[in-house]
Design a protein around this ligand. Structure first.
Ligand code: C2E
Ligand code: MG
Ligand code: MG
Ligand code: MG
Length: 280
């Protein structure tokens, strides 16, 4: 009787796993269909100079418009990576955002663009050519584009990833380490990679001023950036005291809901007050 109970649980477990696998496969099919049907869209979050509040760049953030609602990337980037769809999706994101920002720049607005990359994309065979092609097509100058990578990129396949990123940098694009401070080897990566920017993880900003260790670490990262000549961007600024503290610590750039939320392209145009900005 005991064994029967055991196998019964096993069956329930197997059924549960099966349902999960089926759901994931369905999601992957829907994602693929969504890309064909044009269901993906981009929001842009302004990055500002903390001293002048001037918008210096935007970060492109992908959204999936599904049955009228916007789905957050946490829900679908993972499955898109597993299925390999991140490669064509990532290419669409890069193309769409480069064309948009090139339009803004053509309207005489000096603005930069940041795009997130996943490791699957970086390691895909034609990646560097793809980026070069998109830059040529959109007319966006390479130094205006920053490619953001998480530290996990360097953990999974360090040699190959570092080489690819070096090739990207040879195109003239900038490299940023996203969510800096979360990986155990953050500092070591600064040595292997030629990095132009580090983005301090929001978890540091959240506890700024309340947690002594976090506060010390944050000011150390900022000083490190200054010493290495690496641009530092603080992410996840939500409260005025965080902004004040970051300013006092000498942090030059920031991003967060306090300053501006991610928004559709026309929202960015309205924010910057460019009624003369091109749309569409
Ligand atoms: P990330 O690259 O670190 O992007 C910043 C995330 O923080 C965004 O979430 C943004 O909406 C959110 N955020 C900005 N300011 C604040 C704030 O003040 N408070 C809080 N609580 N959150 C803030 P989002 O758009 O949901 O993106 C989540 C992650 O998904 C991104 O983290 C990035 O790793 C990934 N992702 C987004 N778009 C893309 C993409 O186009 N390609 C790839 N490969 N990954 C993407
Ligand atoms: Mg990012
Ligand atoms: Mg990221
Ligand atoms: Mg981040």
């Amino acid at each position: 009787a005991k064994e029967q109970g055991g196998s019964g649980r096993l069956e329930i477990y197997a059924a549960h796993m099966h349902a999960k696998v089926v759901r994931r496969l369905e999601l992957q099919t829907e994602l693929r269909q969504g890309l064909t049907d044009g269901e993906f869209t981009l929001e842009y979050q302004p990055v500002v100079d903390l001293e002048s509040s001037r918008v210096t760049a935007v970060e492109a953030l992908v959204r999936w418009r599904r049955d009228g609602a916007l789905v957050a990337p946490e829900k679908f980037i993972g499955p898109a990576e597993e299925s390999g769809l991140i490669v064509p999706l990532g290419e669409w994101i890069l193309h769409e955002s480069c064309v948009r920002v090139a339009l803004w720049r053509a309207a005489d607005w000096d603005i930069g663009l940041s795009v997130n990359l996943s490791v699957k994309q970086i390691l895909s065979s034609k990646f560097v050519e793809t980026v070069a092609g998109v830059l040529a097509e959109s007319g966006l100058p390479p130094h205006v584009l920053t490619m953001e990578v998480d530290e996990e990129v360097l953990l999974e396949n360090p040699g190959a990833a570092v080489e690819r990123l070096a090739q990207l940098r040879e195109l003239g694009v900038r490299l940023a380490i996203d969510d800096f401070g979360m990986g155990y080897a953050s500092l070591a990566h600064l040595r292997e990679l030629q990095v132009d920017e580090i983005k301090i993880d929001p978890s540091f900003i959240r506890d700024l001023g309340t947690d002594g260790t976090v506060t010390l670490l944050t000011s150390t990262i900022i000083r490190l950036g200054q010493d290495l000549g690496v641009q530092v961007v603080a992410e996840g600024i939500e409260r005025p005291e965080q902004l004040e503290r970051l300013r006092a610590m000498g942090c030059t750039y920031g991003q967060g809901f306090l300053v501006a939320r991610p928004m559709a392209a026309d929202g960015v145009e309205a924010l910057v007050g460019g009624a003369e900005m091109p749309t569409g």
